[in-house]
Design a protein around this ligand. Structure first.
Ligand code: ZN
Length: 119
């Protein structure tokens, strides 16, 4: 079991699946992040501008630093764009060996393996 997936609405934190309120009255997003860090919770992934990643009309969660999951716990192969922090998806038109990832936001293409070696 990974951390509980949450969503933020109107300065309040909810369980993403049940919609149950976890805590409200946050002053800003930073406070939410601090709270989530100290509990076993996961926030939707956002890019560098604070815009949430969306795949299949749902938020994306990053678990264990590098594993991305949909709300229904299905694992997805995604990478974070080094330029804008946007969602990078595998570019299917390229040969599989290249492991090329394309950012859905800015169109930047990068190699997921290079990114892994750096971290
Ligand atoms: Zn990008």
């Amino acid at each position: 079991m990974g951390p509980m997936k949450t969503v933020v609405r109107d300065q309040a934190l909810y369980e993403a699946k049940s919609g149950k309120l976890i805590k409200d009255g946050f002053a800003d997003y930073r406070e939410v992040e601090a709270y989530v860090k100290h509990h076993y919770l996961a926030l939707p992934v956002v890019d560098n501008a604070g815009k949430a990643w969306v795949l299949d009309d749902g938020p994306i969660y990053c678990l264990h630093g590098s594993q991305y999951e949909l709300l229904n716990d299905q694992r997805v192969h995604l990478s974070r764009c080094p330029d804008c922090g946007g969602m990078g998806i595998r570019a299917d038109e390229f040969v599989v060996e290249s492991d090329c990832i394309r950012c859905t936001q800015c169109g930047h293409e990068f190699d997921a393996r290079l990114e892994m070696m750096e971290t």
